[in-house]
Write a protein that binds this ligand. Sequence first.
Ligand SMILES: [Zn+2]
Ligand SMILES: [Zn+2]
Length: 196
Amino acid sequence: MVLPLFILFTFAQRMVVRLELKEIADGVLEREYRCQPEDFPVLGELAKAENVHFKGFVNFRLRLQKTGQIVEVDGTLTATAGMQCGRCLQPFEQPVKSDFALTFTPAMDEEEAAEEVELEADELGLIFYRGEVLELLDPLQEQVIMSIPIGPLCQTDCLGLCPECGCDLNVSRCDCEKRPFNNKFGALADLKIDKS
Ligand SMILES: [Zn+2]
Ligand SMILES: [Zn+2]
């Protein structure tokens, strides 16, 4: 039965990824979250700008450890990203997996001081929390974005497109053949003749 599942997912509420401090007893807490790409607003923008579409769920496995007021998180993200090959421009899917670590620490009281410190903290990978609640959605979204491969290739030895005629060299051959040096020198020779 596909239909009931479909309806369930369509009307599912936006994911709330939030933990109350008291849920993390001293010791270790393991949590798994199954998010939908729509839970992360930035992914919608990326889909438009970069042609990256996450397919299915974005899964997180988190291991949280609280020491005093500081919470350290070890996480693993797994998902499937649909991308466009940087060489042949064909769409392809690739599993994405990345490990990350986050450290939550309580925010300070004085707001101005806190802002400055927060900037520094950001560079150190620290995340400030206020009150008794850890908001995980934004930090997790950041991890999703960082997991996207840069310069993705459909296969490591993708042949790309012919620079002359634009045909996909993975699926067909053309008569252009590679004569880059001859062409370059030929063009240079022409240029010299034109100038003289
Ligand atoms: Zn390719
Ligand atoms: Zn060609």
